[in-house]
Design a protein around this ligand. Structure first.
Ligand code: ATP
Ligand code: MG
Length: 270
C-alpha cells in the first residue's frame, strides 16, 4: 500500500498537543478515512526521530497502527495512522466494571507487547488511549517513548505528563526509592495505567479529592507524599485489588503487565 500526501483530503482537526496536530483525512482514491499527525519540530528530548523509529517497529492490534510516514523537503514529518472514530478515553466516565475490564485488558495487552519489545511508553493517560466503535481500545502517541537499551538507561528524565507520573519518576531521590525501583522503568507505565483506569471509573482525576483544581503543586504533593488512591468502597473485591496492584507506591511491588493480564478482575469478566 502506498500513500501520497497530495492524495489525502483534510476533513477536520481531531486534536492537538505538545507533539503536534492531528487531522482527520480521506484518501481521494479509496475514500478510506485516516488520522494524519503533523509532528512539531524537535522540542527537547521528544524528537520525531524516536517516535518514528518506534512506530516502524511496533505491530500489535492493541497499538494504533501507523500506515506511512512522510517527510517533506523542509524536514516536516507527518504520520499517517489508522483512524479511531470514538476518540480518546478522556470523554469517558462512569463506566461499568465489565466495560472497564474490557478496556483494561486491551491496554494491558498493548503494554505487555511494548514492554516485551523493550519499549517504555512514558505517557499513558486518558488522552493517549483511543477507542473505536468496534469496542477496540489502543495505545497511541509515542512522542516521548523510549527504547530501553540497558536496564539503567536514563528513563527517569522528566518527559510526559506529570499528573500520571509514578512517584519514583517524579522524585527519584525520595526516601525509600531503591536502585531497583529506578531501573524498573516499565513500572512507571503501570502506575500511569492504574491511575487512568481509576479516572475513567470515578470520572475525575483520582489523585486529588473530587472538585479540587489539579494544579501542579497539589498533584506532586499527593503523588509523592500521599497514599495511592483506591477504587471506591462499593466496587468488587477484584477491581479494588486490581487497582491496588497497579498503584503500589514502591515500583518493585507493582504488578507487571503480564501479571495483571492474569489478575482475577480480568479473568472473571466475560
Ligand atoms: P500530547 O499532548 O499528548 O503530547 P500529541 O500532540 O503528542 O499530544 P497525540 O496524542 O498523538 O498528539 O494526538 C493528539 C490528539 O489527537 C489525541 O488526544 C486525540 O484526540 C487525537 N488523535 C490522535 N491520533 C488519533 C487517531 N489515530 N484517531 C483519532 N484521533 C486521534
Ligand atoms: Mg497525546
Amino acid at each position: 500500500n502506498t500513500f501520497s500526501i497530495a492524495n489525502l483530503d483534510r476533513i477536520n482537526v481531531l486534536g492537538s498537543g505538545n507533539g503536534g496536530t492531528v487531522f482527520k483525512v480521506k484518501d481521494k482514491t479509496t475514500s478510506e478515512i485516516y488520522a494524519l499527525k503533523k509532528v512539531k519540530e524537535n522540542i527537547d528530548s521528544t524528537s520525531p526521530g524516536r517516535e518514528i523509529e518506534i512506530l516502524r517497529m511496533v505491530n500489535s492490534p492493541y497499538v494504533v497502527k501507523c500506515h506511512d510516514i512522510f517527510q517533506n523537503p523542509s524536514g516536516e514529518v507527518s504520520i499517517l495512522m489508522e483512524y479511531m472514530n470514538l476518540g480518546t478515553l478522556e470523554s469517558l466516565s462512569g463506566v461499568s466494571e465489565n466495560q472497564l475490564a474490557l478496556m483494561a485488558r486491551q491496554v494491558l495487552e498493548g503494554l505487555n507487547y511494548l514492554h516485551e519489545h523493550k519499549i517504555v511508553h512514558r505517557d499513558i493517560k486518558p488522552a493517549n488511549l483511543l477507542r473505536s466503535s468496534k469496542e477496540e481500545v489502543k495505545i497511541a502517541d509515542f512522542g516521548v517513548s523510549k527504547i530501553v537499551v540497558k536496564s539503567f538507561n536514563k528513563c527517569n528524565s522528566f518527559v510526559g505528563t506529570y499528573a500520571y507520573m509514578s512517584p519514583e519518576r517524579l522524585d527519584s531521590e525520595a526516601d525509600g526509592v531503591t536502585e531497583e525501583d529506578k531501573s524498573n522503568v516499565y513500572a512507571g507505565d503501570i502506575w500511569s495505567f492504574g491511575l487512568t483506569m481509576l479516572e475513567i471509573l470515578v470520572g475525575y482525576y483520582p489523585m486529588l479529592p473530587q472538585g479540587q483544581k489539579p494544579d501542579q503543586a497539589a498533584i506532586i504533593c499527593a503523588v509523592c507524599f500521599g497514599e495511592p488512591p483506591k477504587a471506591p468502597e462499593e466496587c468488587s473485591t477484584e477491581l479494588k485489588s486490581f487497582i491496588d496492584c497497579c498503584l503500589r507506591k514502591k515500583a518493585r511491588e507493582r504488578w507487571t503487565a503480564s501479571q495483571l493480564l492474569n489478575h482475577p478482575f480480568l479473568l472473571h469478566q466475560e
